[in-house]
Design a protein around this ligand. Sequence first.
Ligand code: HEC
Length: 157
Amino acid sequence: MKRATVALLGSVLLCNGAASQPSPFAQPSASSPTWSQLSLGNMMLLIQARHAKIWYAGRAEDWALVDYELGHISDDLTAAAMLYSDIPVAFVTSADRALVRMREAAKQKDPAGLQSAFSELTTACNTCHTAGGVSFIRIQTPTTLPFTNQHFQPSTR
Ligand code: HEC
């Protein structure tokens, strides 16, 4: 039963994630670290960083960067769901639905659509936190770009 759930989840998420091309420099070697060396809380910190970057990349209409970050956040959520198999699938699929909407908005270069789907994603973050007993981790739309060492600008592609 659990195996079936995880397989289903993998197929739902993997076909939506990884649409952006990975860098040719980012091919893992046999000695690359694996996700399983990260705790769920640490994975979530990465997810939080990408959540913020997606927001500011969207505001700057940096569509290539939005697409890149969406691919990564999708992969990160998939990895979390695969490694922590007691997470109910419904909470991951509702986050994934928002990500699919975001990817579509990015394809259409539609800032309003992206913002609306971003709110849906933020709700999905918090719904899972409440269900998972960590309702004190409240995610919101960022109010300040936490990364001042990266430039966000309208994409040229
Ligand atoms: C499917 C469930 C689920 C979804 C979806 C989810 N989270 Fe989490 N998140 C958790 C759980 C469970 C924890 C607590 C992990 C722990 O304590 O080990 C957590 C913890 C966190 C933390 C605390 C990490 C820290 O050390 O400060 C942050 C931040 C976070 N999540 C951000 C997000 C963001 C942003 C999203 C949405 C883009 C999101 N999460 C979506 C389940 C989820």
